[in-house]
Write a protein that binds this ligand. Structure first.
Ligand SMILES: Cc1cc2nc3c(=O)[nH]c(=O)nc-3n(C[C@H](O)[C@H](O)[C@H](O)COP(=O)(O)OP(=O)(O)OC[C@H]3O[C@@H](n4cnc5c(N)ncnc54)[C@H](O)[C@@H]3O)c2cc1C
Length: 454
């Protein structure tokens, strides 16, 4: 079986390593246009902030490691077109310019995503950088050393992590976003307000509700970001306004969402049976709504890549969909979320209710304790849990994984009240705060409808 893989970051590496182990006779060739594989982008901010000292730790595989598994890795090779009817691809060696054809029995498309680049006046100025791969990471680190004022455009989790890292490096930082709060896709206002306060207390300028309209510069270098509300002087700009699937190669050949995310079935198969796809190039089933959504996360990429291998010959293990579970640490605050926020659910037109509980996570007789804030979003009629967010100075983020399991298994907020969780004063109270949220959500009066079904 001849397997061709396009792209070798998280989805590609997971697919390749598992295919090599499961089908030792497979002839695997991977094409990667970059000069490295398996870069953990989540480490960019940690490296800038000095938490990670050795950037080599941000790679977990290499062409040499893949060669040990019998995989042929063609680095600095770009696949420039694919013919899924003839099962061929055309590639270019980016060093020599040589072009050639290859054929496959099974094709794995793990071409990922690329940052959205707006078409604005001044975009060609020097000093406007992206944040996606290791080359970007090196450029940001080198350029940041030479400047004082840095502007990050986009207050999603990547932008917020970057502003924290730059501030920790003593830079004057501005964070611009068109929305009127940071992290607005991931968290509700009760959570974003304290995080914003924490950023502002450190002197970070939050320019929220401002849309960037253009960039201005001197001698070819960016010096100003111009927005709907004014201007921000700067020496460097990092654009973090989102990602789009990198799937032009397959356009018109496999089914996609309008934005270009490839549609795969539960077995990671595209609408062309011998073409599989995984990771940021794909749409994914979002369990809280049951619809396809574009949620580019490394967690989805490694799971989907592994399932490509498991299902490459015979459909065996179906994908379970996702809750888009994610976490972030900003200064002293540990934050995580899963599923829909209240705002997100309302935007979907869903009839939801929420419960918000604030308590100390363990008994006050202990020498120390911290407050925890937990919000659960649930369907008003069925009481099914649809989402949750947690924040504390204590790291309680794993509780969000528990709630992700609850959403995955379509549990109700009433069941959450009575699930068996342990109690031990070092860790929690007799009612774990997850139970407490469920208890608070229970209807205030007994009605015949109130039944806890297990
Ligand atoms: C700064 C940052 C921080 C992040 N932090 C987190 C985090 O904390 N947690 C989390 O879950 N996710 C995080 N993510 C998201 C995560 O990095 C992505 O979801 C993940 O990289 C997706 O992996 P992928 O393999 O699908 O795609 P990609 O990482 O996009 O890789 C695609 C690969 O395909 C190659 N390629 C594309 N086209 C071709 C072609 N035509 N020919 C040859 N090669 C090609 C590319 O060079 C690339 O190597 C972060 C992302 C960024 C940018």
């Amino acid at each position: 079986m001849k397997v061709a893989v396009i792209g070798c970051t998280h989805a590609g590496t997971a697919a390749i390593v598992n295919i090599a182990q499961l089908y030792p006779d497979a002839e695997i060739t991977v094409y990667e246009r970059n000069d490295n594989i398996s870069f953990l982008s989540c480490g960019i901010a940690l490296y800038i902030g000095g938490v990670v000292q050795d950037p080599q730790g941000l790679f977990y595989s290499s062409p040499e490691k893949l060669a040990e598994l019998g995989v042929k890795t063609k680095m600095l090779h770009e696949v420039i077109n694919v013919n899924t009817e003839r099962k061929t691809l055309h590639a270019r060696d980016l060093q020599t310019g040589e072009e050639f054809d290859d054929s496959y029995d099974k094709l794995v498309v793990t071409t990922g995503s690329w940052p959205i680049i707006p078409n604005l006046v001044g975009m060609d100025l020097d000093g406007i950088l992206l944040s996606k791969n290791s080359n970007h990471s090196n450029a940001i680190i080198e350029r940041a050393k030479q400047v004082n004022r840095i502007t990050v455009v986009g207050a999603g989790y990547i932008g917020v992590e970057l502003v924290e890292a730059f501030e920790m490096n003593g830079k004057h930082v501005t964070l611009i976003d068109g929305e009127d709060r940071i992290l607005s896709k991931y968290l509700d206002e009760e959570f974003t307000t304290p995080i914003q306060k924490s950023l502002e207390e450190r002197g970070i300028t939050l320019a929220l509700g401002e849309k960037v309209s253009s960039f201005a510069g001197e001698n070819g270098k960016v010096t100003k970001v111009i927005t709907s509300k004014g201007e921000h002087e700067t020496d460097l700009v990092i654009l973090c306004i989102g990602f789009r699937p990198n799937t032009d190669l397959l356009k018109g050949q496999v089914e996609m969402l309008p934005g270009g995310a490839i549609l795969v079935n539960d077995y990671m198969q595209t609408s062309q049976p011998d073409v599989y796809a995984a990771g940021d190039s794909c749409a994914i089933r979002y369990n809280p709504t049951g619809k396809h959504a574009y949620i580019p996360l490394a967690t989805n990429a490694v799971r989907m890549g592994t399932l490509v291998a498991r299902n490459l010959v015979t459909p065996t293990i179906p994908y379970m969909g996702t809750q888009g579970t994610s976490g972030i640490k900003i200064y002293e605050l540990n934050i995580a979320g899963t599923g829909l926020t209240e705002d997100g659910a309302k935007a979907e037109g869903m009839d939801i209710d929420t419960v918000m509980m604030t308590d100390n996570y363990r008994p006050e007789f202990m020498p120390s304790f911290e407050q925890v804030q937990l919000k659960v979003v649930f369907d008003r009629a069925t009481r099914r849990i649809l989402g949750a967010q947690i924040m504390s100075k204590m790291d309680l983020t794993q509780s969000i994984n528990t709630l992700s399991v609850c959403i995955q298994n379509r549990m109700t907020v009433d069941q959450l009240a009575f699930i068996d969780f342990f109690f031990q004063p070092h860790y929690n109270k007799p009612w774990n705060f997850l139970n407490t949220a469920g208890l608070q959500a229970l209807p205030k009066e007994i009605t015949r409808k109130e039944e806890v079904t297990v």
